[in-house]
Design a protein around this ligand. Structure first.
Ligand SMILES: [Zn+2]
Length: 459
């Protein structure tokens, strides 16, 4: 087997991703299987799980990865089409030493890529760069592997449904956005009590209804309309590979990732008083205050699903979440991000309390905030700009958290500046108690950026 070079843009922080036929080819698929398989073998592994999402190019890439893994001497346990969390589940339940999911997540139809898991932990950062080094030297493990097919969809859905708790029947609208969560979503809804309306449950890699990304509010319009029309208690949506959730309350309002986490923390902290709950650095102060109010230990951590998973393992936190809708339960579950499991727990909350989700949301502290502001900054400059801002703040007496970028706390609230790990952008957000405070925070953010020659974001 000869050496292989990946397009340098494809080996990213948390996954491998590219444009099919352009930066990502079948040859790349084989080399991913072979180089990742080499790492699994090095760690003493014997079996790897393999799954794929609903994109048109996914079956062809799956076949190539399977060949690569088997050529390393691994037994490849193929679980077929399903959401990314079903692959994570397969790694745990089929006694695998790692796994690969073929997925382009929420990206446009011509994208595809790979998410990996080594042992029961995330595979990211320097580990992903190592795939490139191994392939460039063809320093591959070799052996005689094999293939098995496992139909685990029903078993996975039964596991999700097992943790449903609820006294009152709910009316729920579900939207899979024609992504890979569709079939599991339909089976799950059938197992739960209440009335369920399904949208876009048929897998279609062209995403005809809307883009499968519930963090963008316009992708939730169809769900909002259906919640209103059906007079439903709740609407839930998933991203293209089902590891993220979006929630709409009965009034048609988005329950953002940090708000959802604050609500889900109630049951977890009632069962495990004093436990750590992790939120990412973009989350509202209201989340961290709420965790403390519920008797938990709030922990702010870096944005990125792999980083959050690693921090959960380290701290033993039973629950974590991100603004982006990745919600991680180690309470009764495996600690990985699963949008469908998060839906089960959200429905359980709604069905076991006197208050509706809308009422629970209204009990959360109210802040005024900007959305997540993303503005272009070159790959070579983005981390330097954050460091420059950090240095300028050092002498100012400001209260700064440097967990991920800079998050500056003032009398008014806070502002955040961080470099994206996955795109050539800087990310900012401000949150205050009132509008006047928000204006002061925005002015501070702009003042901090200007000396670095950065065009301030438009608010
Ligand atoms: Zn995803």
């Amino acid at each position: 087997m000869s050496a292989h070079r990946f397009d340098p843009t494809t080996l990213r922080e948390y996954d491998v991703r590219g444009i099919v036929g352009d930066t990502l080819t079948v040859e790349d698929g084989y080399a991913i299987g072979r180089s990742f398989g080499t790492i699994v073998r090095e760690a003493g592994g014997k079996a790897a799980a393999l799954g794929y999402d609903g994109r048109l190019s996914s079956p062809m890439l799956e076949a190539a990865v399977a060949e690569g893994l088997a050529a390393c001497g691994l037994l490849v346990k193929r679980v077929g089409l399903g959401p990314t969390p079903m692959l994570y589940y397969a790694v745990h339940e089929l006694a695998c030493d790692g796994g690969v999911q073929i997925t382009g997540s929420h990206n446009p139809p011509d994208y595809n890529g790979f998410k990996m898991m080594l042992g029961h932990g995330p595979f990211y950062g320097a580990q992903i760069q190592r795939l490139g080094e191994i392939a460039s030297r063809a320093a591959y493990a070799s052996g005689t592997g094999g293939f098995e097919s496992h139909d685990i969809l029903e078993r996975y859905v039964a596991r999700l449904a097992k943790d449903y708790r609820g006294q009152k029947p709910l009316s729920v609208v579900w939207d899979a956005g024609n992504g890979a969560a569709g079939p599991a979503m339909a089976l799950l809804a059938r197992r739960l009590p209440g009335r369920h309306v399904l949208l876009n449950e048929v897998v279609d890699g062209t995403f005809p209804a809307h883009h499968p990304d519930p963090t963008v509010e316009k992708n939730l319009e169809q769900l909002k309309d259906a919640v209103a029309r059906e007079r439903a208690d709740l609407g839930v949506a998933f991203d293209g590979d089902g590891d993220r959730i979006g929630v709409i309350d009965a009034k048609g309002r988005v329950i953002w990732g940090d708000q959802l986490l604050a609500l889900l923390a109630r049951d977890v902290l009632a069962a495990q008083p004093g436990a750590t709950v992790i939120g990412d650095v973009k989350a509202s102060q209201g989340l961290f205050d709420e965790i403390a109010r519920l008797g938990g230990k709030p922990l702010m951590w870096q944005t990125g699903h792999s980083l959050i998973k690693a921090k959960m393992k380290e701290t033993g936190a039973p629950l974590a979440g991100e603004m982006s809708g990745h919600i991680f339960f180690a309470d009764h579950f495996y600690g990985f991000d699963d949008g469908l499991y998060a839906a089960v727990r959200t429905l359980s909350l709604a069905a076991s309390r006197r208050e509706s989700v809308a009422e629970l949301r209204d009990q959360l502290p109210v802040f005024v905030n900007t959305p997540e502001l993303r503005f272009p900054c070159s790959d070579t400059r983005k981390f330097a700009v954050v460091d420059e801002v950090k240095a300028r703040l050092a002498g100012s007496g400001a209260e700064v958290s440097a967990v991920d970028g800079v998050r500056v706390k003032t009398e008014d609230g806070w502002w955040l500046l961080r470099a994206s790990n996955t795109q050539d952008v800087l990310v900012a957000r401000c949150e205050a108690k009132d509008d006047a405070g928000l204006e002061r925070l925005k002015a501070q953010l702009i003042a901090a950026l200007t000396p670095s020659g950065i065009e301030p974001p438009t608010f």
